[in-house]
Design a binder for this molecule. Sequence first.
Ligand code: PLP
Ligand code: ZN
Length: 418
Amino acid sequence: MTTTVGAPTTFDLGPAQALSCRECGHQIPLAPEFACAECFGPLEVKYSFGEIRREDIEAGPKNIWRYRDLLPVPSDVDTYPNTEPGLTRLVKADRLAAALGVKSLWVKDDTGNPTHSFKDRVVAVALAAARQLGFRVLACPSTGNLANATAAAAARAGWESVVLIPSSLEKAKILTTAVYDGALIAVDGNYDDVNRLATELAAEHEDWAFVNVNVRPYYAEGSKTLAFEIAEQLGWRLPQQVVVPIASGAQLTKVDKGFRELGTLGLVEETPYRVFGAQATGCSPVSAAYKAGHDVVQPVRPDTIARSLAIGAPADGPYVLDVVNRTNGAIEDVSDEEVVEGIRLLARTEGIFTETAGGVTVATAKKLIETGKLDPEAETVLLITGDGLKTLDAIEAKVGPRATVPPSADAVHQALGF
Ligand SMILES: *Cc1c(COP(=O)(O)O)cnc(C)c1O
Ligand SMILES: [Zn+2]
């Protein structure tokens, strides 16, 4: 930590220099703040980047910390225990491409993170920043994956955690959070109720870092690592199209921010790209706003099997609309039945088992292709953000053994129709 006489305390968060309001542009020094004191708009991290070279990144750790010079984390980030998410595989998905009728398709497979979803990225960055900002407890309201990631990262760091979830969450997501032995509290209410409760508690407990509430500006930056990895894995260039699932919308806006930063820093050529958003129809407030041509998002009451995306009042909704409109993308939504079909299609063609959120992405991509919005000739990346093992209930009624037979070759042949 460096202190300048007469100036406010500044925290060492690497290249991060200030927080700036996304609405009115008001700037404040780095602090544990998330809302603008002038207009209540959301705050975003501003940087002063040094020279960043591809070779230095390539020589870095095989996880998100290779991009530390692009993130709001302390210069000595490696000296503290944290999780090591990222550098998940980018899979050339030729069989899925053929099934969807597109020329060149990639799947960014984030099931490979420590707790099997993209949330490990944002939590790791939030934890690194929260430590520097003086917090001592890691907390969150969660639709499931964030609960896993927060409880696991706190356990790894030796911090206490307080995790709030809707009591109706999938059993697998409850157990895979509870096992880390933090304080897991199931709340009778939906995610938006849980989120309100978290905001209230964050105001009362000054040493609790609610990763997606009071340290949200830092947390959200973690999603940029998806953009960095995709570009690096493509050989330091941007894809032409990317399909991103939307819950709060933070991920989608930060993937765009990541691509822009790479261009500005000269790490990739500034080629045009289009950002597409994916939602489940049972919780599609951003898709509805996009289709109606609105620039504000009307909250909804979620009702979908894609519970990890079930945020009825998405904080970053309007900024998602900005990104999609600016990049000439689109937003589409799909039924729960299509979500299950999406899960099965990805499994059948690429051997990747995703959760419902990934089903939303695949099914939405299919619909965007069928409706001519996604260009089948352009190179496309689908963000597969979570693991199917956490949402087994979604496919339970649809898949199972073809037959149950006695242990005889004849019986197997018969079952196979020979
Ligand atoms: C949280 C989540 C998302 C979306 O994240 P936002 O940044 O809130 O839009 C996507 N996929 C999965 C699996 C998630 O858990
Ligand atoms: Zn403001």
